[in-house]
Design a protein around this ligand. Sequence first.
Ligand code: ADP
Ligand code: MG
Length: 682
Amino acid sequence: MEEMNKSIKYVKGVGEARAKLLEKLGIRTVGDMLYYFPRYVEDRSSYKSIHQWADGETVYFQGTVYREMMENRIKRNMVVYTLIVENDGEFANMVWFNNKYLKDVFEVGKTYQFYGKVSIKYGKKQITNPTYEPLDSNLHTGRVVPTYALTDKLYQKNIRAIAKNCLDMMGGKIKEYIPVSVREAYGLSEINYAISSIHFPQNMDDYNIARYRLVFEELLMLQLGLFSMKQVKHTEHAPVIPAREAMQEFKGKLPFSLTGAQQNVLEEIAADLEKDTPMSRLVQGDVGSGKTVVAFAAIWAAVQQGMQGALMAPTEVLASQHYETALHYFAEEDVALLTGSVTGKKKQETIARICSGSAKCVIGTHALIEDAVEFANLGLVVTDEQHRFGVNQRAKLSQKGGSPHMLVMSATPIPRTLALILYGDLDISVVNEMPPGRTPVKTYVIEEELRSRAYGFVGKHIAAGRQAYVVCPLVEESEKMDTKAATELAGQLAMLFPQYQVELLHGKMRPKQKNEIMQRFAAGETQILVSTTVIEVGVNVPNATVMVVENAERFGLSQLHQIRGRVGRGSEQSFCILFNQGKNQETRQRLGIMAKTTDGFEIARKDLELRGPGDFLGTRQHGMPMLKIADLLTDVAVLKEVQEAAKKLLRQDPQLKQEEHRLLREKIRELFRDKIAPGTIS
Ligand code: ADP
Ligand code: MG
């Protein structure tokens, strides 16, 4: 790939100054330029003689310059340049404004290519600001033409020429790294054709064929990288757990009956548990759709079969809450809670109970994946994740017991396409129904002027026996400032509501302290809980009916939805007040979506559209490469093929060690750098 790595500086038409501009676009090498795909292409090839023109249409034609360019100063700052051109015995005016450079461009009697939008007034045909090009050039007119995202002082004409020069320089010698077998199976075009046709296709078909290959290529790299990060295990044996009867029995213990959606998901889980290959299933469902009970039904089934079931939660608060829930279903001596704040003797005892198997339902945080923790016979692992534990942590818990069944509960509902990329090797179940009797949370987006009215509103609800959350934003600069802002706000609220208990919860507190604060809030001893985003994760206090979010504009929509999901958990009408401290129109619009809908999937979709996949997934810090051409919203079909292809490849050659996979492997490593788990493709 040496040519591809050559500095862009040395390409014809670049030089130092333009190289700097290109660098702003992330283009440093020839390869970067070739992989800097156009935003779109436009077919400028349909030829129309002047006599065929209609008003308003966009045309391509070749015209001969009839006479010298005319120059008219019509205002102090406005000069009009008119060029009369002729073809097939008809005349038309090409018109530009204030561009004196054009005076020397055209030669009388010479023919040029033009492209632009026709206007016909009083029988006169004219194109304002046409694109033009000499007859012997073929980059900007008379063909399918690319349009790129640009930066100041760099023009389409420049970058097209540079792209063309890079292509010429490579001369069809870009190395193919997608194995022939894959290319044949999925009808992918060869790389030189694809790269050349994504920039300068002969026609739209060429472009689409090229695009398909490049989307496939991009998603394949991503998927192979992710799969290897996940350390997929294909051929393992899991314990067979006959689950249907046990789950039936479990349902009898519940104070409510399951929703149809919960039933369906349990059906799917039961079918998996009864097989001897490990289940890998993601349960998606909107906030409050009742995923926890589904998890416990599965754990119950494992325990009835004499196996252990583990549930790992991302925070202590949530783990404690799950522990409380577990006590409804299991005898206390069968349940264990292991978190960071379980220490010393208590910790040793707990670990001993897990190792011996006397603890059957094991609940905890990351503490569960510490080396000292071993399970006697782990049958099922459930991770209740916030945005997701690192893939490796999930795998690590699974490894604690041969190959147990695995269930992942996703707290942020995401569109199916994304789930397929993020959780590529998981089957997906969706709890797409809310338990009955919920009233959708009413949401108001307000600005600073209404603050005192908002507090009046909060006061009114507390007086009626309800509770409220006030969430402060995460200040990016430092956690310290965060804590300070939250502390101040809690102080102000305590002064404002002297008759009520106001407590503060923030990330800097010790887990034990956080737990106690949560307990007091859950018990109704505290009326207002001021917190940083710690409470984002699934806590359940049905009597809390008001949620106030400060600086709501700083949050992503999905995150706001998750936060809002803390209220609306009982039968009372709940409210969410979003303070918008952002001033622009876009922010108002974005937050407006929150007021309009309470459907988490819909919100995730909008969020994704607005922020793009990188920000949405928080992939930047997760090391996932940015997508350049694939669109996760529209390229679902390709994604499915890619996943199939990726699985097949890895089954055949798990570490991509074979010679025909060498370039592919190098490419993936380059893309993911140090993000790939050891022992896989690395
Ligand atoms: P999430 O899906 O966000 O994790 P939870 O599992 O915390 O939601 O459930 C939210 C609340 O709904 C809990 O109080 C739970 O007991 C209750 N719940 C779950 N399923 C049902 C149901 N079928 N009918 C009534 N209430 C339910
Ligand atoms: Mg939950």
